[in-house]
Design a binder for this molecule. Structure first.
Ligand code: SF4
Length: 377
């Protein structure tokens, strides 16, 4: 189907979304002897993070999980360092990881984590301990050029702040974050990323909005304890998505009580849905109704699965529509797609039809040949 000039312009401009200005923070890591830098904030593409669920001291298992996350598209992986043996294992984890490693630490293992060569350290102001400990961590991080995330969590606020507000309100989370930003600034430490996570999605959104007004450090977005694969992606999409749609957020983590690979998949899907981040294929499918003229659900499943597996880096909207009546109109903003009709499907853009059992393959082939098709258009 032909597009109007206006529709083509809209589609071409779709990836341009306004972003909040933030300072750049650099994560450094070495793979096979080659040093890499990953920028968070400062207009860099929004990165997707996850956290391992296994024990960090079981190095081979931990690295296997990190590799799986990296293959799924994780840009950064965080590991917990609650025990001395985890801190001891960190150097080997960092050495074997294809992506930058962030250590989630308490004070007692912070210095060891920094020695191990982690790319970033996350501290929770609610449990970092004495002010002099925090300052010691900051000095060591500054010496090593390692950024710190001030990771405030609604469930572990400092007691005095919780007493003041009576509940982990957005103002309370922001006060905690800004208190530690000031501690960093007094030490001349500026490599800061901040998060103010809350399990209440509404409060989470308000917390980040408030924080974004007060500082230009890059923000790590997340809804904490968001739940299982059934509920977590919804809460995270609302929380993270609302903020990203406002241009707020530089790196994201979807927290799920499920296999950690799902966190990465959902994270990329959130970015893709807003046409933010790296290029990728965004599958649009109609919900179907009484006009449905074929088996759309299996086509959608097959196409989504193939798109996820092949990891295309083409920025395309692919529309899968259930009928030829409203389908073409509903798919006007798409780059390519199909509309079903009597055991066959009409193909947008390329023209022609394809049998029902070959629809998914035809769509994948169109995506694979997209550059060539665009040239011939
Ligand atoms: S594209 Fe056709 S089948 Fe799908 S919702 Fe619209 S009218 Fe119904």
């Amino acid at each position: 189907m032909e597009r109007t000039k206006e529709e083509s312009t809209q589609a071409a401009q779709a990836p341009q979304r306004p972003r909040r200005h933030s300072r750049p923070v650099i994560l450094r890591h070495t793979v096979d002897g080659v040093e890499h830098e990953l920028q968070v904030g400062g207009g860099a593409p929004i990165t997707v993070q996850s956290m391992t669920t296994g024990k960090t001291h079981k190095v081979e298992e931990c690295l296997a999980e990190i590799r799986q996350l990296a293959e799924a598209g994780a840009d950064i992986v965080r590991v917990a360092v609650p025990r001395p043996e985890d801190a001891d294992a960190l150097a080997d984890v960092v050495k074997g990881s294809p992506v930058p490693i962030v250590a989630d630490i308490h004070f007692n293992h912070a210095l060891k984590a920094l020695e191990a060569g982690v790319a970033k350290v996350r501290i929770n102001p609610g449990n970092i301990g004495k002010p002099e400990w925090e300052r010691a961590v900051l000095r060591a991080a500054k010496d090593k050029g390692v950024p710190i995330r001030i990771g405030v969590n609604g469930g572990s606020l400092e007691k005095d702040i919780l007493d003041k507000y009576g509940y982990p309100r957005p103002e309370a989370l922001v006060e905690s974050a800004m208190r530690h930003v000031e501690v960093c600034q007094r030490e001349g430490f500026e490599d800061i990323v901040i998060s103010v996570k809350h399990s209440d999605v509404y409060f989470m959104i308000q917390s980040y909005r408030l924080l974004a007004e007060q500082t230009d450090y890059p923000l790590h977005l997340g809804v904490t304890e968001s739940g299982s694969l059934k509920t977590g992606p919804i809460k995270s999409s609302i929380g993270i998505g609302s903020l990203l749609a406002d241009g707020i957020g530089d790196t994201i983590r979807v927290s799920l009580a499920a296999d950690s690979v799902n966190e990465v998949r959902v994270g990329h899907q959130i970015l893709k849905s807003l046409r933010l981040g790296r290029p990728g294929v965004n599958v649009i499918a109609c919900p179907t109704c009484g006009r449905l003229a074929g088996d759309l659900f299996s086509v959608v499943d097959e196409v989504e699965e193939a798109v996820a597996k092949k990891g295309f880096d083409k920025d395309l909207n692919v529309a899968l529509m259930g009928c030829a009546v409203n389908g073409p109109g509903e798919a006007a903003g798409a780059d390519l797609g199909v509309s079903l009709g009597r055991g066959r499907a009409h193909i947008f853009k390329r023209g022609g039809t394809v049998d029902q059992d070959q629809i998914a393959d035809a769509v994948i082939e169109m995506i694979e040949n997209w550059d060539e098709e665009a040239e011939n258009a």
